[in-house]
Design a protein around this ligand. Structure first.
Ligand code: FUL
Length: 457
């Protein structure tokens, strides 16, 4: 059916195509692996002998399978961590797998894992630590930057299309006692030139920003808009976690966390693998708060993701599916006010499908509105999922969710931002109808999806 009214104008800033694709992945895996798996350290100092790197049972496909089975869409590999040991045979240094006994020094773990990811239907991304505690030129800023760019070029040209390039902000002094100054503009320009589809991550973006903690927790509000020019890498940035209302650029938050206390494998942490309940809390606080979750699994000395972690990831997926398999709003009758041009193309029923392009839309001048779903029968509900069509920008500043129980309306919850996805939990109720009231918005409010779920008893 053709729309009778003009579509809503975008509310700037809006995501680029690569940012939109990134946001829709929702779950991204992280793999931390280097000599640390053999020394027990979290930060190697660069003096490790490559001879210690000998994972005799290494199976990159097993890593990729664990993430695919967990419902992940992409995985980022620490191709080089702070210790400087490269998981690929870099032409820039001997401090790599080429000097290790693994596969007789002829192995390339970046190749193996990128191929394994693709075989499992996963996109692939790279982490290349700017901080390098092995490289002699570190601290001699121009020389090191040129060398780092040469390494980066290898990763950008040898391993197919990349979905994300992750720049850690950690920085130190080189052997000359001088602090290294990273040339991020040059690093970013090289990625744009060679991998235009890759999102650039750092504390300060430019495409994706750090969420501000390593617990995997975003917050409310979580604006994907940011006054990016006020941000620095490694700085204490005001708005790191929350973003900025009316920010100048689109720079959504990525929430990173490890399934274990450490980023690297330590056998003594085998009994501290996060529980399904903890992982679900992380999910609600990241994906459920307009963020993407970046979850780390650290392979062990054998070169395998530990059985406990593999099983936990599968259980985490099963738990999500048990909650989100059935949309309890299915079959509801939908109404809203105001509706753009009284046109069904923008009517309330558009929130019931899973199409992110269709939405309930209000007239240009509206800054508030309500949408109601009346269920075909009373259903036990304990959470509501809301989505804005973010291709047109992030708009909602404040909203309330009400439920009708036994004929009486009551407030179930309230929030500030929605963005790509917001999941609001409340005490389980026998719900007859639900109403979302948008109280404040940066432009005419739009919702692409409203869904209802219940935690299984
Ligand atoms: C930090 C690093 O220092 C940690 O080792 C880990 O890589 C984490 C994801 O980022 O800055």
């Amino acid at each position: 059916m053709a729309a009778r009214v003009a579509p809503p104008e975008p509310c700037l800033p809006i995501p680029s195509a690569r940012q939109l694709a990134w946001q829709r992945r929702e779950l991204i895996g992280f793999v931390h692996y280097t000599v640390n798996a053999f020394t027990g350290r979290e930060w190697g100092d660069g003096s490790e002998d490559p001879a210690i790197f000998n994972p005799l049972q290494l199976d990159a496909r097993q890593w990729a399978r664990a993430f695919a089975a967990g419902g992940f869409q992409m995985v980022i590999l620490t191709c080089k961590h702070h210790d400087g040991f490269c998981l690929w045979p870099s032409a820039q240094t001997r401090h790599s797998v080429a000097s290790s006994p693994w596969q007789g020094g002829r192995g390339d773990l970046v190749r193996d894992f990128s191929e394994a990811c693709r075989a499992e239907g996963l996109d692939f991304g790279v982490y290349l630590s700017p901080w390098d505690r092995n490289q002699a030129t570190y601290g001699d800023s121009p020389a090191y930057n040129a060398w780092y760019l040469a390494q980066l070029r290898e990763l950008l040209t040898h391993y197919g299309p990349l979905g994300e390039v992750w720049f850690d902000g950690a920085c130190g002094e080189g052997p000359n006692g001088r602090r290294q100054v990273y040339d991020f503009p040059a690093y970013h320009a090289l990625v744009r030139e060679l991998q235009p589809g890759a999102c650039l991550f750092s504390d300060a973006g430019p495409d994706v920003r750090w969420v501000g903690n390593e617990r995997g927790y975003a917050s409310d509000p979580n604006w994907s808009t940011l006054n990016r020019d006020t941000f620095g890498v490694g700085a204490t940035n005001e708005g790191q976690t929350t973003g900025h209302l009316d920010g100048t650029h689109w720079v959504p938050a990525e929430a990173d966390v490890s399934i274990r206390p450490g980023w690297f494998y330590h056998a003594e942490e085998d009994d501290q693998v996060k529980s399904v309940a903890q992982l679900l809390e992380i999910y609600y606080h990241s994906v459920g708060l307009n963020s993407v979750l970046l979850l780390n699994l650290p392979p062990d000395q054998r070169g395998l993701v530990h059985e406990i972690d593999v099983a936990r990831l599968a259980e985490f997926r099963a738990a999500r599916e048990a909650i989100f398999a059935t949309d309890l709003a299915a079959g509801a009758s939908a109404s809203a006010d105001p509706v753009r041009g009284q046109d069904p193309t923008y009517g309330a029923a558009q929130v019931l499908d899973d199409n992110p392009e269709t939405c309930w839309a209000t007239p240009d001048e509206a800054r508030s509105g309500w949408l109601q779903l009346t269920l075909p029968a009373t259903r036990r509900v304990d959470q509501i999922l809301l989505q804005e069509p973010i291709a047109l920008g992030q708009r909602v500043k404040r909203f309330v969710v009400e439920v009708r129980v036994g004929g009486a309306w009551q407030t179930a919850g309230e929030g500030q931002t929605i963005g790509y996805k917001r999941i609001l939990r409340f005490a389980a109720q026998p719900v007859e109808a639900v109403r979302v009231r948008i109280l404040e918005s940066r432009a005419c409010p739009l919702l692409s999806r409203v869904a209802l779920y219940a935690t299984p008893l």
